[in-house]
Write a protein that binds this ligand. Structure first.
Ligand code: RTP
Ligand code: MG
Length: 156
């Protein structure tokens, strides 16, 4: 393995329905590229209730689960595989805290401060660990392979 290939950690990023409908996609992708990530794969997807419940299975017993499913199925999402050294933690830092209202106070330069609304409608998703990243990348790019508009970028 070369040094470059060791550095290329991958994470799953998503622009949620409020971000897509609010036309934040281009601005978010600009921040992603300026922050040193490579967009390795991307596609538009429309989640259904079952897919959302599977994706967010860890939250199935939470009070906000049914609301989360309604939100996440309300429109298309843009899913991306981002790669860079320390991609998982760096993308989580870039998006900011879950509650976008808090993000506006404590992390004003974060993506959720830029385009999120509250603790649910927070514009973007990021994998929370290497293990989650692997699960979520195969969820979108192996299991849901019937989706169209997949682009694969050449590795640098
Ligand atoms: P994500 O998984 O989407 O990247 O967000 P996260 O790690 O920052 O937050 P998590 O605890 O995993 O929650 C997943 C998503 O559920 C919605 N949520 N609503 N109403 C509420 O109190 C509440 N709490 C969480 C948000 O859309 C959150 O991103
Ligand atoms: Mg989470």
């Amino acid at each position: 393995l070369t040094d470059a290939s060791l550095e290329r950690e991958k994470t799953l990023a998503m622009v949620k329905p409020d971000g897509v409908l609010g036309n934040y996609t281009d601005e978010i992708k600009r921040v992603i590229l300026e922050s040193g990530f490579n967009i390795f794969k991307e596609k538009i997807s429309q989640l259904d209730e079952e897919q959302t419940a599977t994706f967010y299975a860890e939250h199935s017993s939470k009070s906000f689960f049914s609301s989360l499913i309604k939100y996440m199925t309300s429109g298309p999402v843009l899913v991306m595989v981002l790669e860079k050294e320390n991609a998982v933690a760096d993308w989580r830092a870039l998006i900011g805290p879950t509650d976008a209202r808090k993000a506006k106070n404590t992390h004003p330069h974060s993506i959720r401060a830029m385009c999120g609304l509250d603790s649910e409608k927070n514009c973007v998703h990021g994998s929370d660990s290497l293990q989650s990243a692997q699960r979520e990348i195969s969820f979108f790019f192996n299991e849901m392979s019937s989706d169209e508009e997949v682009t694969t970028h050449d590795e640098l």
